[in-house]
Design a protein around this ligand. Structure first.
Ligand SMILES: NC(=O)C1=CN([C@@H]2O[C@H](COP(=O)(O)OP(=O)(O)OC[C@H]3O[C@@H](n4cnc5c(N)ncnc54)[C@H](OP(=O)(O)O)[C@@H]3O)[C@@H](O)[C@H]2O)C=CC1
Ligand SMILES: O=C(CO)COP(=O)(O)O
Length: 300
């Protein structure tokens, strides 16, 4: 809507196909790409100074930034991925700063299925940028009549909200897949939110960021929206069904990364620990629920 925009694709054959069909049949089937979107396989065609949105899976972000470091350093960078890097425990903006020292980076996150945005359905997101002036410029540039961006300087809170809600969504899917009911899911979401906030605040986040779109908002969407891959993966785990291993499920690696950050910080993450145990196959959903319910009673 605010075009022109260049969509960069790594695979020339895929780019050719999208130019011909005006559709990304592999990743966003059924959506016609607007005329204002040009398709490129060369980063250098993007004018310096224009923002670049990096929409790759979390565990691929560092490699992608390293490969294209020379081209990326002339642009404000907006990471769109949600997660914690397994090998370093870092979030997207810390990764971009370590690969591209001096780069200006931000994060765009919150409750939004790509297909909803592409259809022009109303959506609100958080744009987090440590530099308030750059944050304001990006907020103006990326907001549209259907896509309303709120801004914050709390990148840690926005990143951790988006990362940790995926772990809770796996748990919510597992509860529903195992037939444990809506009440159990509501309890899990609420205690999951407490857990997300506990770790994020220990990492330096502001609690009100977790209460916003990037935390609570995305938790609600991903724990209840059937489009969510994290929820669907959890549902398959709970139901003992197969799940296509090529589908991106960010919460799986992030659960492990979050748990090790929590151990370092002395923070208790019982639901995240339960998700990791489920992923390891060491317990069943019913055993996990039993463990969670038999913890000592405490104040809310
Ligand atoms: N889909 C959604 O609704 C939303 C997704 N997100 C977040 O966005 C991030 C990406 O998700 P999504 O796009 O859905 O994931 P997909 O798995 O659907 O697509 C991944 C994209 O990243 C590209 N890619 C993967 N690895 C590399 C690499 N090493 N170098 C360059 N490009 C690469 C893929 O290219 P190719 O097609 O060539 O394989 C593809 O375009 C995730 O962190 C997710 O949480 C956030 C909000 C909503
Ligand atoms: O982050 C998302 C919605 O805000 C997308 O969720 P999934 O990655 O679970 O599909």
């Amino acid at each position: 809507a605010n075009g022109p925009v260049t969509l960069w694709a790594r695979d020339p054959a895929h780019a050719d196909e999208m130019r011909k069909t005006r559709e990304n049949a592999r990743r966003l089937p059924g959506i016609t790409l607007p005329d204002a979107i040009g398709i490129a396989t060369d980063f250098d065609t993007v004018s310096p100074g224009l923002p670049v949105l990096l929409a790759v899976p979390m565990q691929q972000l560092r490699g992608m930034a390293e490969t294209h470091a020379a081209a990326l350093q002339d642009h404000p960078l907006v990471a769109c991925c949600k997660g914690i890097e397994l090998k370093t425990g870092q979030g997207p903006t810390a990764i971009l700063s370590s690969v591209l020292p001096g780069a200006h980076s931000a994060i765009l996150t919150g409750p939004s299925f790509a297909a909803d945005i592409a259809r022009g359905l109303p959506t609100a997101l958080t744009l987090a940028c440590a530099d308030p002036d750059m944050g304001e410029t990006l907020q103006e540039a990326l907001s549209t009549p259907a896509l309303r961006l709120y801004r914050t300087t709390d990148t840690v809170g926005a990143e951790l909200g988006g990362a940790l809600k995926n772990v809770i969504a796996i748990a919510a899917g597992a509860v529903m897949g195992a037939g444990l009911g809506d009440s159990a899911r509501a309890a899990l979401m609420t205690r999951g939110y407490a857990e997300m906030t506990r770790l994020a605040v220990a990492m330096g986040a502001r609690p009100e960021t977790l209460a916003g779109l990037s935390g609570f908002g995305d938790l609600v969407l991903t724990c209840t929206g059937a489009q969510s891959r994290n929820y669907r993966f959890g549902h398959a785990l709970g139901a003992g069904a197969d799940f296509d291993p090529t589908i991106t499920v960010e919460g799986a690696a992030t659960a492990r990364a979050a748990l090790s950050r929590a151990h370092e910080a002395g923070v208790d993450l019982p639901i995240t620990a339960a998700v990791v145990a489920l992923l390891d196959g060491s317990v069943s959903v019913l055993q996990v629920m039993d463990r969670l319910l038999s913890r000592p009673l405490k104040e809310e």
